[in-house]
Every structure is written in structure tokens, then in C-alpha cells.
Design a protein around this ligand. Structure first.
Ligand code: BG6
Length: 514
């Protein structure tokens, strides 16, 4: 038998996942939308290609558009050919995968659609051995969530009737658009599903490098002793994007960076970096520790918002060599929009580990580069032995690079070769690509697989979502009541408004140059 090149690669040793879920059906509501063809189907195809899901696994696309199964399959093949990390699609694998793909046209509010869905699922159970194991995926606009959840409850689909059957629901962000609506959505979900059936997805948690934050911290003995206020001067979390709105102008103009990125992705990164060691690597223990971090963050009072949070909006400029329009000229955006495309914040986690250690966060669109990283900036050495080189000494920094160039770097001072003591900072670098010689799976692959396996560790719990909203509400309210008068306040292709620099510089620190 021919062996795959990857099997011959010694760097891949020990990398095979030993977890294969039982066959199930994933019903994707809103399957004719972008998320399905760009992310979900390519992720499922790659799982099938790597034989991580069983042949009986099936997909039902449920959406309003009248396209039928054949056209749905063709559109999904097209999407996978464009967006899959492994391309081109291998016809024989696709053929087998697509045989388990169905389409059902219905309005989300039509009870008959759910009755027909029930019949189709029964048929799939008989033909493909899925035995009542169902995942309902909400890939629709959030305004439809309540109705779909209600219909799933009323039709009985939310609750399995046979032995060994289960049903789970995956909910895409945003979970609400503020604290009140998030609590209301969580309440509606809880009327139909129990919390252990609910998988709120934050795709950052599926990224290998984000999961590695936990492994790095808790599988090694040398980092925890210094992971605290005694040794850490401050932490910088940056999620910068060079892209603009990519056709999502209408959504973004109602949302903004605080809701789109900070409430979920940045808060998740902060929780993972700051959390205490959980008692076990399971859903309750890990999420319990994360939520404690969010609860320990010092609340920002309305009157103090300007001291702790900065907003920005990009004007025209150039990113790389390309000239790009300002935010207000993007399709779907109101020409005098006061929506923020950039946020910088300073937060304090008021507990024994972190008291008085600032966490600086920044994120934005149309910044010079796509970089996501967490930098743990250590305090200076307590005694300056090399006085003549004092000016050249930088404090140590540990950088967890989430993307691109995934890896970890430790910056330390080293002697420049020569007859005098001169010091320069050097990097000790670990690169995923080099060390493991393997392509990283997409975040959605890991998360969809975990849901099939019933593991919700990498999904957010209702109390986490609400704690993050609670923290941000004073900022949201203040900004909404008092629209910015200086927008646009940064040119596309720059690192955000001046006030973002002032936020950190007034503490005698600087944003890292990326
Ligand atoms: C999404 C946001 O959640 O994350 C987008 O809605 C953003 O606006 C994206 O572009 C960034 O994800 P990634 O994986 O490219 O860093």
C-alpha cells in the first residue's frame, strides 16, 4: 500500500488524533450564506479527507433560497475549491463526502419546514446510520436565532428520543449585541436546550496557537512561577488586521470593533493568559477559571471610559502598496458613520496574581499588517551589572505569536562578540511550521470535531459571554451616547489614532513595533 508522505515525516510522529466521532448529521441553518461555503464545508471536507469523521457523517443545508440538493452540492464544491486549506479538492474524497449532503428549502419561521426536516433526518438515520445524533448549526443572521431555537423546541427536534442519540446546537457569534440581549438569548436557548447541549463558537479558541497558550503555561514547570505581577511588567494583546470590510459593510456598520472582536476574541485571549491553573482539562474546570478572570477585571465606570478605552475609524490611506478607501466610503457603510474600526484598551485584573499589572489590548481593521500576538513584557533585571550598556538593555519579552508565523519567541539580552561588554537583544524562536513540519488545521475543523465528540471545553459558556458584555457595557453606552467627532482619526495603513499611543505612553510604556 502506498504510504502518505506525511506518514514518512518523522516530525509528524505522535500527531495522529485518536478520536473519531460516531456518525452524526449537521443541519446548517443559513447554508446558502458565506460562512458555510468559506469555512464550514471546507472544514468538514478536510476532516473527511483526514479520516477524522466517519463516512456516515451527513450535512443538511437548511435555507430560504430555492436551490435543491444538486445545486447546493455544486456550490459547496465551488466554495471548497476556493477556500479549503488543501486544494484542489480530491474528486474521490469529495464524491463520498457529498453523497451525505442534502438541501432543504424553508423559511426559518415555517413549522412545516421543521416537520420536513424531521422526516429527512429520519431517512438519513436509516440510510447512513446516524441514529438520531444531530447538530444544529446557526449560521444565520442573529435576528433569526430566537425563531429557529423556538421551532427546534416546538418540533421536538431539540430532544432525542432514541437510545444513544443526542442533539446539540452550535451558535455563531455575536451572542447578543449588548448585555441585555445576550441574557435574553441565553434565556431563550435555555428554555429549549440544556447548557451541555449548547456550543457557542468563538473560532479563536479553535486556533492551534490559542490552545497552545494553555499547554505552554500548564505543561511546563518553568513559566508559572514567573507568570504574575512580581515578574511581569505588563501584557500587550494585539489582533491587527490589514483587511477592510470584505463585503460585510452593513453588518460591520451596525457592529463595530468592540462587539466584533473585543467582546469575544480579545477577551478570550486575555482569559487564557491570565487564568489560574484549572483542576482538570475539561469544559467545566477550564471555563470556570476563565470566567473568574473576566469577573476579576476592574469595572470601567462611565466617567472613566476615556482614560481606559480609545476608539478609532480609518480614513483613506494605503496598506502595503495598495491605496484603499476610508471606512465611510466602503459599500454598505453610512457616509457619516461614527462606528469604530479600532479599539485600544487598558484593563486591570484585580486578583492576587495580577493586581496593578496593566493588560493593554488593541485591535483594528486596515492596520499595516495582519498580526495576532500576546506579548508578556517582563520587568527589568533588578540590578544593573553592565552599567555602560544600560541603555542597550531591553526587558525580556515572551511573545506568543498566534498568526502569522505561528510560534513563540523569547527576547533576551546577549553579549555582542568582541573585546568590550556590549549587549544586544536576541530572539529565541520556536516556529510551529519548522518544529512539527505539518500544516495547521483550520480553527473550524477542531471545533466542529469537538462538538461531534461532545467536548465543549473550547466553546464559551453563557456566564462567560455575559461577563464579557458586562465589562464592556459602560464603554458601549458611553460611545453610543457620545458619537466621536474626530472620525476618521487614523489613516488606513497606520497603527491607529494618536490617542491609542497616548493611552500606553502616559504609563511610560510603548506598543510593540510589529
Ligand atoms: C471574525 C470577525 O470573528 O474574526 C471578522 O467578525 C474578523 O471581522 C475575523 O476579520 C478575524 O479572524 P481571523 O481568524 O482572520 O483572525
Amino acid at each position: 500500500m502506498e504510504r502518505e508522505a506525511s506518514e514518512l515525516n518523522p516530525l509528524r510522529e505522535g500527531l495522529r488524533l485518536e478520536r473519531t466521532p460516531e456518525p452524526s448529521v449537521m443541519v446548517i441553518f443559513g447554508a446558502s450564506g458565506d460562512l458555510t461555503r468559506r469555512k464550514l464545508i471546507p472544514a468538514l471536507y478536510n476532516l473527511a479527507r483526514e479520516r477524522l469523521i466517519p463516512p456516515g457523517f451527513s450535512v443538511v443545508g437548511f435555507a430560504r433560497r430555492d436551490i435543491g440538493t444538486e445545486r447546493f452540492r455544486a456550490a459547496m464544491l465551488d466554495g471548497t475549491n476556493q477556500f479549503s486549506r488543501s486544494r484542489p479538492v480530491q474528486p474521490s474524497i469529495w464524491e463520498t463526502f457529498a453523497q451525505g449532503m442534502y438541501y432543504l428549502q424553508s423559511d426559518f419561521a415555517d413549522a412545516d419546514g421543521y416537520r420536513r426536516l424531521g422526516q429527512l433526518l429520519d431517512q438519513i438515520d436509516r440510510e447512513r446510520g446516524t441514529v438520531g445524533r444531530r447538530i444544529f448549526y446557526l449560521a444565520t443572521p442573529p435576528s433569526t436565532y430566537s425563531e429557529i431555537i423556538r421551532q427546534l423546541g416546538a418540533s421536538g427536534l431539540a430532544h432525542p428520543t432514541q437510545a444513544n442519540a443526542w442533539s446539540r446546537i452550535i451558535i455563531e457569534k455575536p451572542i447578543g449585541r449588548d448585555l441585555v440581549s445576550a441574557i435574553e438569548l441565553n434565556r431563550q436557548v435555555a428554555e429549549v436546550f440544556t447548557e451541555d447541549q449548547v456550543y457557542r463558537i468563538d473560532h479563536y479558541l479553535g486556533k492551534e496557537t490559542v490552545q497552545n497558550i494553555l499547554v505552554f503555561r500548564f505543561a511546563n514547570g518553568i513559566f508559572e512561577p514567573i507568570w504574575n505581577r512580581r515578574y511581569v511588567d505588563h501584557v500587550q494583546i494585539t489582533v491587527s488586521e490589514s483587511i477592510g470590510l470584505e463585503g460585510r459593510g452593513r453588518y460591520y456598520d451596525e457592529t463595530g470593533a468592540l462587539r466584533d472582536m473585543v467582546q469575544n476574541h480579545l477577551m478570550q485571549l486575555l482569559s487564557l493568559v491570565a487564568m489560574e491553573p484549572p483542576v482538570a482539562f475539561d469544559a467545566n474546570a477550564v471555563r470556570g477559571e476563565k470566567v473568574k478572570v473576566l469577573q476579576a477585571i476592574r469595572p470601567i465606570q462611565h466617567a472613566d471610559v476615556a482614560r481606559y478605552a480609545v476608539r478609532g475609524q480609518y480614513g483613506p490611506g494605503s496598506v502595503g502598496a495598495e491605496s484603499v478607501p476610508g471606512y465611510r466610503d466602503e459599500p454598505g457603510v453610512s457616509p457619516n458613520s461614527s462606528r469604530e474600526t479600532f479599539v485600544a484598551m487598558k484593563l486591570f485584573v484585580d486578583n492576587w496574581r495580577w493586581a496593578d499589572t496593566p493588560f493593554y489590548l488593541r485591535t483594528g481593521k486596515r492596520l499595516p499588517r495582519r498580526v495576532s500576538e500576546i506579548a508578556i513584557q517582563f520587568k527589568r533585571a533588578p540590578h544593573l551589572l553592565f552599567r555602560q550598556s544600560a541603555g542597550e538593555l531591553e526587558p525580556n519579552v515572551l511573545v506568543l505569536r498566534i498568526q502569522p508565523n505561528e510560534g513563540i519567541a523569547l527576547r533576551a539580552g546577549a553579549k555582542i562578540p568582541g573585546p568590550t561588554i556590549r549587549i544586544r537583544s536576541i530572539n529565541m524562536d520556536f516556529l510551529y511550521g519548522l518544529s512539527f513540519g505539518v500544516e495547521q488545521p483550520e480553527a473550524y475543523e477542531r471545533l466542529l470535531l469537538d462538538c461531534m465528540l461532545g467536548d465543549s471545553t473550547l466553546f464559551t459558556r453563557s456566564d462567560e459571554v455575559e461577563a464579557a458584555w458586562r465589562l464592556l457595557m459602560p464603554i458601549l453606552e458611553t460611545w453610543e451616547e457620545d458619537p466621536a467627532t474626530d472620525f476618521p482619526n487614523y489613516a488606513a495603513g497606520t497603527w491607529g489614532p494618536d490617542a491609542a499611543h497616548a493611552l500606553i505612553e502616559e504609563d511610560g510604556r510603548r506598543w510593540r513595533r510589529l
